[in-house]
Design a protein. Sequence first.
Length: 116
Amino acid sequence: MTADFHALDGRATALGHRHAIDSGGVHASASADGGTGRRGERDVRRIDPDSLYRQEQAAGYLGLVPGTLQKWRVHPPTSGPVLKFCKIGRAVRYRGSDILTFVEQSSCSSTSSTGV
């Protein structure tokens, strides 16, 4: 079952199919679970380099569970690229430009190599 919503300022309104525009103007489409089978994730299709994203949005774009990003903040990976984050008060946010840089730096040419 899918549900549509418009996420503005962190709130969601059910409409039937899921289509979102976050406060940064980024469009996302997904099933109620983000198309991943994991509750609470949103499938962000495009990242605006100038916008800030919540943990769930960043994780959804990267195809990860939000808990992975939590772990990386406490214990950053010892090899490969590190995903930067911002603390605004108690809120954790990810810059779109940092997400895109992380993906670019994570590109590999072999399964035996780590990111650049």
